[in-house]
Ligand binder design. Structure first.
Ligand code: NAP
Length: 247
């Protein structure tokens, strides 16, 4: 454990990849503030686990789509835990449909949660990092944003948007010693993929040279590395963690 605990914010921390990231960062010596949208029970379970690890923590119900809720989450984090060293944006949703069947709501809700959400959190948190000339931001994109994926025009567009956003911000704030990177996972075994049909899962597995879905903990390991001083010279990068998927 580090001698001086640092402070991390994780959006969508209550389940899946965000949850694994929150736990890994707590083990790395971070105090962790996480937000979630609605699942109080999952948030409560994570609170307990973080406390057991010995991290100070803050759990806030905040929809990343709502800029005011996000600003409040950031200022509550600074008051409760101190200056923010690391932001991990993991909150995200899917609403898969072929384009011709997609509703306006399915398009906008995915762009709002996945892309506007990242903007809202970074917009609210980056000023403190700029003032201190230090910080790291890690945005969870997807291989769907790198290669595109059928029935995911909304999701792929949002995740490609995150890559452009991350690279642009990295160039903007590098002189403040703030690093901004994107992580692009392939198929990871979480609630998000548990709803896929058996056929869709078989199709996915056929495209993965390692022959299995990834684990949330494996993505968390990469985030932990990217956040650490070992990655001090990595910024504006898009790191894929996907078992070699060839979609
Ligand atoms: P998940 O298991 O469905 O968990 C999603 C988390 O995000 C939950 O904690 C959820 O909170 C939160 N969330 C969703 N919308 C939110 C909003 N508007 N405001 C605040 N919190 C919100 O998903 P996951 O598989 O861990 O995915 C995490 C991230 O990785 C997403 O950005 C996803 O696109 C990306 N990703 C996942 C995979 C994969 O195969 N699983 C692959 C590539 C990329 P509530 O439970 O309270 O709603």
């Amino acid at each position: 454990m580090n001698q001086q605990r640092r402070v991390a914010m994780v959006s969508g921390g209550s389940r899946g990849i965000g949850r694994a990231v929150a736990l890994e960062l707590a083990r790395d010596g971070y105090d962790v503030s996480f937000c979630y949208r609605s699942d109080e029970q999952a948030a409560g379970e994570l609170e307990k686990s973080l406390t057991e690890i010995g991290a100070r923590m803050l759990a806030v119900r905040a929809d990343v789509v709502d800029p005011e809720a996000v600003r409040s989450w950031v200022s509550r984090t600074e008051s409760a835990l101190g200056p923010i060293d690391l932001v991990v944006n993991s909150a995200g949703i899917t609403r898969d449909k072929p384009l011709l069947m997609m509703t306006d709501d399915e398009w906008h809700s995915v762009l709002d949660a996945n892309l506007d959400g990242v903007y809202n959190v970074c917009r609210a948190a980056v000023f403190g990092m700029m003032k201190r000339k230090s910080g790291s931001i890690i945005n969870i994109s997807s291989v769907s944003g790198v290669y595109g994926n059928p029935t995911q025009t909304n999701y792929s567009a949002s995740k490609a948007g995150i890559i452009g956003f991350s690279r642009a911000l990295a160039k903007e704030v590098g002189r403040y010693q703030i690093r901004v990177n994107a992580v692009a996972p392939g198929f990871i075994d979480t609630d998000m993929t548990s709803g896929l049909s058996d056929k869709a899962k078989q199709n996915a597995l056929a495209q993965i040279p390692l022959g299995r879905l990834g684990r949330a903990e494996e993505v968390a390991g990469l985030v932990s590395y990217l956040a650490s001083d070992r990655a001090a010279y990595i910024t504006a990068a898009v790191l894929q963690i996907d078992g070699g998927i060839t979609i």
